[in-house]
Ligand binder design. Sequence first.
Ligand SMILES: [Zn+2]
Length: 223
Amino acid sequence: MRRWQPHGTLSLIMAQEGTQRPTSTEGPPPAPRIRITKGKPWRIDAARRERWSAEDFVREHALEIRQVGDPVLHRPANRPKMAKADLEALIARMFASMVQANGIGIAAPQIGVPLKIAIIDVDEAGIVAIEPTIDEISEEVEETSEGCLSVRGFYGMLERPLGARLSATDVNGKRFVIEGDELGAQCMIHETDHLGGTLYIDHLRSREDLHPVHPDETEEVGA
Ligand SMILES: [Zn+2]
């Protein structure tokens, strides 16, 4: 997933809800927008992050991101049944591909693998969700921008819930639950949608809510 920040008046509004939060010297740091509320899932910790985002590793392991129209993006993925070592190798590839594409989340079908595995990395959460489901969403919604690594060159405007709860299993088959706010919730929903064969553009009210990203626009590394 990726978020775009358009220029102009809109960007003033959008900047406040972007992926990069303003740093303040006063008070405690802002709470992460994704929290583990049940379980202790295996995740992309600092050591894995360092290894899998190293330049050489990315060059060797990153794959091209499949683009809208590719059948693998438009049908539900399957339950993964693989040895843990193979699963970890696949997750490393997904992560490297996400890093190369400046994403903050990625789903296995986006690198051509039709399995229900997603990485959710808002605020470097490093969550790896296998067979995730969105169990609850907030009634409160926000009108927001959304982009996708698989819909290159565009962003859309749509309503998304401000909060969401997701449950999944980790690479060891252990259940866990996470909760997310704002971009965190948006990313959880976006990636879970991918595993069901749905893209954000399928949620747009009209074609007019889809906008090209102009070359002079600032790309906000996000979703
Ligand atoms: Zn996407």
